[in-house]
Design a protein around this ligand. Sequence first.
Ligand SMILES: NC(=O)c1ccc[n+]([C@@H]2O[C@H](COP(=O)([O-])OP(=O)(O)OC[C@H]3O[C@@H](n4cnc5c(N)ncnc54)[C@H](O)[C@@H]3O)[C@@H](O)[C@H]2O)c1
Length: 256
Amino acid sequence: MDLKLQNKVAFITGGARGIGKAIGKEMAKEGAIVVLNDLNAVALKEAVNELVDMGYAATGICGDVADPDCVGRMFEEMKETFGRVDILINNVGINHDVLLMDLTYEQWRKEMAVNLDAMFLTSKAAVPLMEPERHPVILNGGSFACFMPALGYGSYAAAKAAVESFTKSLCGELASKGIRVAGYAPGVTNTEINRELFAHEGERMCRQIPLNRVAEPEEIARVVVFLASEAASYVAGCMVRIDGGKLCVQNADRFR
Ligand SMILES: NC(=O)c1ccc[n+]([C@@H]2O[C@H](COP(=O)([O-])OP(=O)(O)OC[C@H]3O[C@@H](n4cnc5c(N)ncnc54)[C@H](O)[C@@H]3O)[C@@H](O)[C@H]2O)c1
């Protein structure tokens, strides 16, 4: 299937590692011009170099997507360099594994800022650079926590649930500008954010997933790339679950 992503300019937040990096790679394979954003300058340089060494069109813009001024500067740079944005992937996310009485106000605010505010800021900055005849797309990264929180991740789940609502609103509002908006909800995925958790609870987590394993970042990325393409031209306003069946039954391991 030709996904028709050649020369599409794709901006991917939090793209230096994990799911964002994998999305960048899969998008680049399809011929898109990939712009990876990240706070971590060293990791960002490595991720961009990896893509460039493979012969793909890629560049990086370092900066904090939760900082309004910084987002303004980054999209000014996008305008000067490319003159447009065709695909915005709001991938960035952070979590704190902390129960209510230990969660500080600063941690709560930070989760809201990075998981939710950032997609408000980037969407607002990207829309004026989107050209309806190029079928622009905004994809918002949620989580299976959008639908069911996990103990220890209350602030994360609250922010991710809001991502679903914001995605619906943006879809309705931006359709008249020719911009398609949708979301995707990864399940447990094999990335740095989970290293410590997997070390202690990996086995238990897999037991609760019908496919009995966590996802590799590429398995999330391939679906996201499809959603960004014209092949998914009628997918809008929903969160597409990519979670190995995580929320479909209560007792996935009953007959194993
Ligand atoms: N890994 C999972 O199990 C899982 C499950 C469901 C949803 N998700 C979501 O998928 C997304 C990616 O997850 P991941 O596991 O690849 O995460 P990750 O921690 O491996 O990578 C996140 C990247 O975002 C960057 N970043 C953090 N704050 C930033 C900021 N303010 N501005 C710019 N960059 C910033 C980090 O430097 C890092 O490179 C997140 O939104 C996460 O909530 C992940």
